[in-house]
Design a protein around this ligand. Structure first.
Ligand SMILES: Nc1ncnc2c1ncn2[C@@H]1O[C@H](COP(=O)(O)OP(=O)(O)OP(=O)(O)O)[C@@H](O)[C@H]1O
Ligand SMILES: [Mg+2]
Length: 263
């Protein structure tokens, strides 16, 4: 099982959108995919149309070792796609992780018992620098950073890269690689990218080049109502007849494949 997370330290950057469309694309290709909602806002659980029943285990109980990991995994309405859901009670795990001594490795350890059951595990991270975010990063083989093509997005990119660096320095076992940065809500008018998007994406290229010696910017996700419509209707972009808009997700899935081959 290959574990990939979507991280960025600000709200509204496209983390959940990337997790949703990536996981559904991989499942459509025939892979068995486990998605994990690691954000107490639980948007991913909602986007997947999943309702957490009272007293049924979620990521909270899995992380706290109150249930076996497999007991927190549910089928979704989509073929090949399984979910460890969350609700706002997940916030309570912050103190547990901080006090457990294994914080950053907690999720990785809890995933071991199910790693043979799935080809991919795709994790949606919360927007804050928190214990949950650290344990998600600690479990990741690869990380994708969605970044809104805005000034707020650029600031969140820098903070996210700083956090990844910190984790690398603190924990020699941390081997998660950054797969790339996906510009989110890239605005075009007709056949032209707006000046604002153009300049912000250029800055993303400069920032990643300075950090890694090469630009890690991947194809962008365009600003489009079609994404929201697809989310609301529980459809993929291909099912909406919008294959062009799925290009960023397809390229990301190829990157994930390459990561596997290089291991
Ligand atoms: N291509 C798009 N163009 C415009 N809006 C979009 C697009 N894709 C998704 N959205 C909307 O943008 C909003 C933010 O996206 P998303 O929820 O993925 O961000 P996030 O980083 O997960 O946010 P949070 O940190 O709050 O969890 C959502 O309401 C979503 O419906
Ligand atoms: Mg989200």
């Amino acid at each position: 099982m290959q574990t990939i997370s979507s991280i960025s330290l600000a709200g509204g950057q496209g983390k959940t959108t990337v997790v949703l469309f990536l996981s559904r694309w991989l499942a459509t290709l025939g892979h068995t995919v486990l998605v994990i909602d690691a954000d107490p806002q639980s948007s991913l659980t909602t986007f997947l149309g999943f309702q957490v029943e009272p007293d049924s285990p979620t990521l909270l109980e899995v992380l706290k070792r109150q249930v076996d990991t497999a007991d927190g995994v549910y089928e979704t309405r989509h073929k090949n796609l399984f979910l460890i859901p969350s609700d706002d009670a997940l916030d309570a795990v912050q103190d547990y992780l901080a006090g457990s001594g294994t914080g950053a490795l907690a999720l990785q350890r809890r995933l071991k018992p199910v790693e043979k059951l799935f080809d991919y595990c795709i994790v949606d991270a919360p927007p804050q620098r928190s214990q949950i975010c650290l344990t998600v990063m600690g479990a990741s083989d690869g990380m994708v950073i969605p970044v809104e093509a805005s000034v707020k997005g650029l600031q969140s990119l820098i903070r996210t890269l700083e956090l990844v660096d910190e984790l690398k320095q603190e924990d020699s076992e941390f081997g998660g690689q950054i797969l790339g940065v996906i510009p989110f809500r890239d605005r075009w008018v007709g056949r032209q990218r707006t000046k604002e998007s153009q300049s912000n994406i250029k800055t993303m290229e400069q920032i990643t080049s300075e950090w890694f010696g090469q630009s890690l910017v991947l194809p962008s996700i365009r600003e489009s109502e079609k994404f929201k419509q697809a989310i609301n209707q529980g459809k993929t972009l291909h099912e909406m007849g919008q294959s062009d808009l799925a290009f960023a997700i397809e390229v990301l899935s190829q990157k994930i494949n390459a990561l596997e081959e290089n291991r």
